[in-house]
Design a protein around this ligand. Structure first.
Ligand SMILES: Cc1ncc(COP(=O)(O)O)c(C=O)c1O
Length: 389
């Protein structure tokens, strides 16, 4: 492997608040969804160049940048996106919040598939609309967790919705929805006149030889009902630069969306724009290939470790993302597993409950780190479990 993912920089600067400094120094952070790896060299070089030039003035997204985004969609998926259909946003959370603010009403709320990314649950609060849950249904085979769509619930809830916020690939479950499932979800949404907002931020973090299809690529009709949200942030580990893109082929929807972006003055930082152009421009593909291989091996390590050394614990086998989902509900812990492992193992995970009530008894673990730190975290967890047996 040409790129070294076994060494990571020290991020414990006491003047900076990040996942490494949030908890005391003896806690191993395996929570917030950024990776411990440095970003690829071409992006860092571009940022150095922008800083060395000396002036960090205002910049706007250029036509060239939108062409880069459009060309990437064509190259990756054969999806023809007009550069005019692309709108820069200050991250994906802003991106879907703008959509909810623009298209939802108190009568027609937001449908989400729980357990799901915690920020999906916040939309109802800052836009004052109802949240409609269509929980994914869990099953367990040996110690492996599977989730699938309950179509009856999905259809029932969609009737009350104005917008469906899809998370694909899914955080925290690591699912890549099949084309068949995507088509069926889209058909139900279109029939009920519900806007689809597809958060595809994790779409390039594919494990094994998995492939990905954007929801809007399925048909022109679906594309005209869909806002697709993408970003280089997760893939190339630049989330702190807050730059993402909404792809909105439908002109009418796009004009309404852009009005809200402008009203809220959501300007992307110049460094975010620089990084995005290089990240999506194709100079980091070798790094990305190696990253996927490393993350796939980390995923395997995690699943094998849990299977071998944590009897009674169930795990997903994520198809994408660097996020694992562990179920400790057979353990009857006094505290939540999040509290238990923070206290007893000094490992900070994401509390399953922030993803919805189905997350009770679960934690999300971030394996976007070195194999050594992953092993260290799992060892600490195993020992903590052993002490209470
Ligand atoms: C599904 C999903 N959407 C959005 C985000 C955050 O996006 P941003 O930082 O661009 O707002 C995350 C971060 O974990 C995520 O997992």
């Amino acid at each position: 492997m040409a790129h070294d993912f076994d060494r990571v920089p020290n991020r414990r600067d006491p003047n900076v608040l990040n996942k490494w400094t949030w908890y005391p120094n003896d806690v191993l952070p395996m929570w917030v969804a950024d990776m411990d790896f440095p970003s690829p060299k071409p992006i860092l070089n571009e940022l150095h160049k922008a800083v060395d030039q000396g002036v960090l003035g205002y910049e706007l997204p250029s036509k060239a940048l939108y062409e880069v985004v459009s060309a990437r969609m064509d190259r990756l998926y054969g999806w023809k996106v007009e550069p005019e259909a692309v709108v820069a946003v200050t991250g994906i959370v802003s991106g879907f919040s703008v959509a909810a603010r623009t298209f939802c009403t108190p009568k027609r709320g937001l449908l989400i598939q729980t357990p799901v990314y915690n920020e999906f649950h916040e939309v109802k609060n800052h836009v004052s609309i109802p949240q409609l849950d269509a929980p994914l249904v869990k099953s367990v085979h040996r110690n492996l967790l599977h989730y699938e769509i309950d179509w009856n619930i999905f259809e029932k809830q969609i009737r009350k919705a104005g917008m469906f916020l899809l998370c694909n690939p899914h955080n925290p479950l690591g699912i890549i929805f099949s084309r068949k499932d995507l088509a069926r979800m889209a058909e139900i949404c279109i029939k009920n006149n519900v806007l689809i907002v597809s958060d595809e931020i994790h779409s390039e973090l594919l494990l094994d030889d998995n492939t990905f299809t954007p929801m809007a690529k399925l048909s022109a009709e679906i594309a005209s009902h869909t806002i697709t949200l993408i970003a280089p942030s997760k893939t190339f580990n630049v989330p702190g630069l807050f730059c993402g893109f909404a792809i909105i082929p439908n002109k009418d929807l796009r004009e309404q969306y852009v009005k809200t972006v402008e009203r809220l003055r959501l300007h992307v930082s110049s460094l975010g724009l620089h990084a995005a152009r290089v990240a999506f421009g194709g100079q980091c593909e070798g790094w990305l290939k190696d990253l996927r291989r490393y993350l796939t091996a980390n995923r395997d390590f995690l699943v094998n470790y849990v299977t071998e050394f944590m009897p009674g614990v169930c795990t997903t086998v994520p198809q994408a993302t660097y996020l694992g989902w562990l179920d400790f509900s057979t353990y009857k812990l006094k505290d939540s597993p999040y509290d238990f492992f923070l206290k007893e193992a000094r490992v900070a995970l994401s509390d399953g409950r922030i993803f919805g009530k189905e997350g009770e008894g679960h934690v999300r673990i971030n394996f976007g780190t070195t194999r050594k730190l992953l092993e260290q975290g799992l060892e600490r967890m195993r020992k903590a479990l052993k002490r209470i047996q």
